[in-house]
Design a protein around this ligand. Sequence first.
Ligand SMILES: [Zn+2]
Length: 290
Amino acid sequence: MQYAIDLTGNKVKASPSGTAICPNCKADLTPKCGQLNIWHWAHKGLKDCDSWSYEPISEWHLKWQNYFEKELREVFITKGYETHIADILTEKGTVIEIQNSNISPEDIYEREAFYSKMVWVINSFDFKHNLYFKQFPPEPFEPVWKQYIKKHHPNKTIGYSITIPINDCNGQILSALKKCDYIREFDDETDSEYWFNIKNSTYESLDPLIVNAFVGYLIDCKFRQELERNKIYHTNFKWSHLRKTWRTAMKPIFLDLNNGFLFLIKTLYENGNGFGQIVSRQIFLKKYRG
Ligand SMILES: [Zn+2]
């Protein structure tokens, strides 16, 4: 949990020497303030008072919670003998579940049944390159390829040198390069920075992660250039390598495209084809935050 209750009854974030209790079971909580995970509160021992297993809080998760007032984040909801923590409970009583990782169909069913009035916001970071919006196809790859991915390292004879576009604002390309063990180098001649890994000698051998990151970048460019933030766009789409569990969801699903826009899935067929709406984060927040 990001929040607990202190002695004066206020909602507080975890700090290394902080003491606080669980808003639900009133047990003393331990602050977890390490280097790896975002600082949070944990129940002593292994047992959490909420039986649902939650994913660790990510930067993305935090960003979404922070769009809403503190009082609306991590709200305990009790129905009968069951209590669960809703990521966000809007003033109009809608639960927004912020989902960064995969979730089982059983968990989807349970949460939808318990909260009833709810929507999902799902991070598309790992699969955005698999989303193809038919009315808004990304540009052909070639010009991007020539501009940012060069066949030769300035000083060596094999391998690709990759420059990160300035507006890779989600860090998708940077993250892919790091995952593929590329290292940062500097070209004195052009006075520019680039990333290099000797193992890739042909186009085909370039890591799919990097190609995918550039496809994600093209989607971002398209949306930034062509879409207005106060309009809703309808489009057919294709989700290749569809995460089938999401077909079992009955409540609205918004895929966060991490570029200021979300994709609301209206219909989703087994083959990954479907229909939906592109809405800006601005429109989404206006609807749910008021
Ligand atoms: Zn508790």
